[in-house]
Design a protein around this ligand. Structure first.
Ligand code: FES
Length: 122
């Protein structure tokens, strides 16, 4: 049911953990299933220089969390905001249709962390 890429990222997710002195933190929950994701970003010169996540969720939620950290790392804030659900699904070589909503968790968490970063700067 899952692509090899999803299984690979589920078994060995990238950038798992917490950033103690994060510049932005986003916490989101999926109302449909109750899964929760927390994402931390460290920003320098408008670039995401470090990113980590803690996700309590299904295999697809873990895999999408992992892939979004890979996609966002090294990007500017503006570039990171342009990452879409389709980018995530494509990068994972597809997700089963019933699991596509799981990819939204990672996108929402990234957006929430960026919003938190911007709010803190004000
Ligand atoms: Fe909850 Fe996948 S079933 S995020």
């Amino acid at each position: 049911m899952y692509s090899e890429k999803v299984i690979e990222h589920f078994k060995k997710p990238h950038n798992v953990g917490k950033i103690e002195d994060a510049d932005g933190v986003g916490t989101v929950g999926n109302r449909a299933c109750g899964d929760v994701m927390k994402l931390y970003i460290k920003v320098k010169d408008n670039k995401i220089v470090d990113i980590k996540f803690e996700t309590m969720g299904c295999a697809a939620a873990i895999a999408t969390s992992s892939i979004i950290t890979d996609l966002a790392k090294g990007k500017t804030i503006e570039e990171a905001m342009k990452i879409t659900k389709d980018n995530v699904v494509e990068e994972l070589e597809g997700l089963p249709p019933v699991k596509v909503h799981c990819s939204l968790l990672a996108i929402d968490a990234l957006h929430a962390a960026i919003k938190d970063f911007k709010d803190k700067k004000k």
